[in-house]
Design a protein around this ligand. Structure first.
Ligand code: PLP
Length: 399
């Protein structure tokens, strides 16, 4: 056991490495900060049974290292589902399984980004992606959005400005369905416009569809990928939101030459075959039913959050009304310091993530993401009332 650390690595670290403190996994009594699913809705019995069936059938295959693109039968399942549900013309060869979609995103960023390259995102963006972009030295710029998604005129202005400066934009990253953290779904018209504009500037799109199955209201909008037949849309998806984050399974869909480059950043010899076997077997027999049940539970929680916000915040704030996913975006009047209050409010029992955490430019101190996935509906209602009470105590909400 090491007892002293007298050797210094300080001169040895790569330029790309950054020190990430070990996550403490702190939870407030009312935890709206993290995007965990409700443990009660995890399909544990189904997964256990599926794992047993799959191991009896092909468990001896675990003696071998998995193929680098991941379990073929799971890639087949993904390809069929994307063809059926997302109108995508894809085959298992176009798919690589990854350790969560986070790995797929990181691999694509790594394969496409040199330090200083510009990457575009929506106005606020999933933290994991933002961190990965920064890790590879990207100059991350956001494009203004409204409730229909990216505003085309803003995208055009941003791209023409960057072109005039001679800056290279490597891709536009979008979370078009139940955007994290904003909650909206990008309309079809906006998707078409976004593709037209990015095409004009020779910029590909990375579509992150990680929440697409969590719809409990409204109509699906076809994927970006389905609107393009030139290979300029890269796509990632995840099993975290429809099975469990702990299975660490996601995937990318990309043209073969991009896959080859991205694979150079994949460590660990393929993805966990043990998890893939269980999920494939489970998915083949039970996925649609499970998603339906999970979404019914999520709808009740979303409703609880919206009515609690109405009762406790009234017209003192605005918030999104998502048709699915896990998040409500709360916007308080300009000048309200939800960023500064995040820690004190956490210590008083309510967790949220403030807007600046999701903004490439550090904007949004008056905003917060509230996740309704993990707590029960009752806890959601109590927690929002508690949040309002605490904010009143800090003088930022009038009783
Ligand atoms: C938009 C988005 N993309 C990707 C991920 C990564 O998920 P995972 O790596 O668990 O698939 C998350 C996680 O919350 C997310 O919100």
């Amino acid at each position: 056991m090491a007892t002293s650390n007298s050797f210094s690595y300080d001169d040895l670290y790569s330029r790309n490495s950054i020190a990430i403190p070990r996550a403490e996994n702190r939870h407030a009594k009312y935890d709206f900060a993290v995007a965990y699913p409700d443990p009660e809705t995890l399909p544990l019995d189904g997964l256990a049974e599926s794992l047993k069936t799959a191991l009896e059938r092909e468990g001896k295959g675990l003696a071998l290292y998995p193929v680098s693109a991941g379990l073929p039968s799971l890639r087949e399942w993904v390809a069929e589902r994307l063809t059926r549900e997302r109108n995508m013309q894809v085959s298992p060869e176009d798919i690589v399984l990854t350790s969560g979609s986070g790995e797929a995103i990181s691999m694509l960023i790594a394969a496409l980004t040199d330090p200083g390259d510009v990457l575009l995102t929506e106005e606020y963006v999933y933290l994991g992606t933002l961190r990965a972009m920064r890790r590879f030295g990207a100059d991350v710029r956001s494009v203004k959005c409204d409730n229909d998604g990216i505003i085309p005129e803003e995208l055009e202005t941003t791209l023409s400005g960057l072109a005039a400066e001679g800056r290279k934009v490597k891709f536009l990253y979008t979370i078009p369905v139940f955007q994290n953290p904003l909650g909206w779904t990008m309309s079809l018209e906006r998707r078409i416009k976004t593709l037209e504009i990015t095409q004009k500037y020779g910029v590909p799109v990375l579509e992150d569809d990680c929440y697409v199955d969590l719809r409990f209201e409204g109509e699906d909008v076809t994927s970006f990928h389905s609107l393009d037949d030139t290979g300029r849309v890269l796509y990632v998806g995840s099993f975290s939101k429809i099975v469990a984050p702990g299975v660490r399974l996601g995937y990318m869909v990309a043209p073969p030459e991009v896959i080859q480059r991205a694979m150079s950043f994949k460590g660990g010899g393929g993805v966990n075959q043990f998890a893939a076997l269980a999920v494939q077997e489970y998915a083949a027999g039970h996925m649609d039913r499970h998603i339906e049940e999970q979404n019914q539970a999520l709808r009740v929680k979303r409703d609880a959050m919206l009515s609690a916000l109405g009762e406790n915040f009234g017209d003192a704030a605005q918030w999104s009304k998502p048709e699915g996913g896990l998040y409500v975006w709360l916007e308080m009047p300009e000048g309200t310091d939800l960023a500064g209050l995040q820690e004190p409010v956490f210590n008083q029992g309510v967790g949220y993530y403030n807007g600046t955490m999701f903004s490439p430019e550090g904007r949004g101190a008056n905003c917060a993401r509230l996740c309704f996935g993990h707590p029960t509906a009752e806890t959601v209602s109590e927690g929002i009332a508690e949040l309002a009470r605490i904010l009143e105590g800090h003088g930022v909400l009038r009783a």
